[in-house]
Design a protein around this ligand. Sequence first.
Ligand code: ADP
Length: 487
Amino acid sequence: MSIQLNNPSLLQTQAFIDGQWCDADSGKTFAVVNPATGETIAQVADAGQAETLRAIEAAKAAMPAWKAEPAKVRAAILEKWHDLVMANQADLAKLMTLEQGKTLAESTGEVAYGASFIKWFAEESKRIYGDVLQGTPDRRGIVIKQPVGIVGAITPWNFPNAMITRKAAPALAVGCAMVLKPAAETPLSALALAELAKQAGLPAGLFNVVVGTDAPAIGGELTSNPDVKKVTFTGSTPVGKLLMKQCADTVKRTSMELGGNAPVIVFDDADLDAAVQGALVSKYRNSGQTCICSNRLIVQEGIYDAFVEKFTQAVNNFNFGNGLEDGSTHGPVITEKAMNDIHAKVESAVAQGATVVAGGKPKGGNGYFYEPTILTNVDSSMRVFREEIFGPVAPIFKFKTEQEAIEMANDTEFGLAAYFYSENLSRIWRVAESIDYGMVGVNETAISSEIIPFGGVKESGQGREGSKYGLDDYLEVKYICIGGINK
Ligand code: ADP
């Protein structure tokens, strides 16, 4: 299949190192597959450790001049990058839908969301301030902030654009250079971003993209190379833990945005329609494949039956199909393996007594489609309670008291996002303060944007992306003591 774009320069299939497009040293390529059809849509250079090392060396050579530029010079290039991303929004969205599966509407939205981080950090980087400390008779203390150094970034396939810009924009804005390893499932979106960065005038070596299937080889170089000062990762908790261990030998800074197990708690005093709508959006966005997707719907007994009924009606109107086609409300899941993993969790719940109210199996046919699924008669011993489902499956749990809901919400090693619906202001404060999550949506599940600090607690990670706090992840604090001032 050939990919038709308005701007053909966006279809890149080689690694991007030191401002050049290059094949893998081995000459090997790997297939990028459209999850809606199972078809191969491109062959991409299968780069590995040696190419990663070259990218790090290019970053090392490029960073000093970039770091020395005034913030507004760096910001101007990032602003141009943002404008080019938006000017090519339709092509970038098409590429994303082809390799990731999400609907064109979702891809179009993600491109704008991704671009918003570039603009935000271009603006925010001009506002990095230090401190002057209280003096002693002959000394003064000053605190300045400096770029952390070369950043290794590893990103997942579920947001092939925004998970990259959310890391690259703050890193580049403060004067760092980056070597990025995008997910092998979705390299085309990453490479298109690199092409646009090049067109925006970003100097060679500052943003390198190493595409390849040997993640341990690429990740191994990024985490062990002493010239890399920081690793930022979005992905699963097991891989995040592994990368943190690998980073320990050279004491690198890390930012980790890992798995979630988000509850949506619906209290009896909730606005039912708002709760149903919020839960639907949060559960089925990207066909359930976001780390802040609600994983567990936890509904109070007085409103439970009404909630299940309305939620089911809405789910029965979904149309899971090829994201490029009009009328598709949701796309496939990313791979056949992902589809089988989701099904295994559903089957295990059913074996333990869960009732399937909707869906419950793969759709069949070409592509990796899983039916939008609702489970009732579920409990906290089941995998669908304990594990991240990462698919269009909504288990709906029942609770009696507020305390029980808080305990259920906190009964997980994860702590990324949580949501709850209530119209009672006292309860809103109590519950928001009692649940152990980095982000809490109250009567709202669409909580993410470039202006908010995105990140988790517990085994969901560390560090924050977006907002003014997102810059700190790429800055070191340096204390300077000036002595002898009375000489
Ligand atoms: P998912 O299950 O969503 O694919 P992963 O954590 O496996 O989540 O993948 C997220 C990113 O981490 C991808 O870019 C993947 O290639 C990369 N990755 C997976 N394993 C490793 C590893 N051992 N070292 C470095 N990167 C890895």
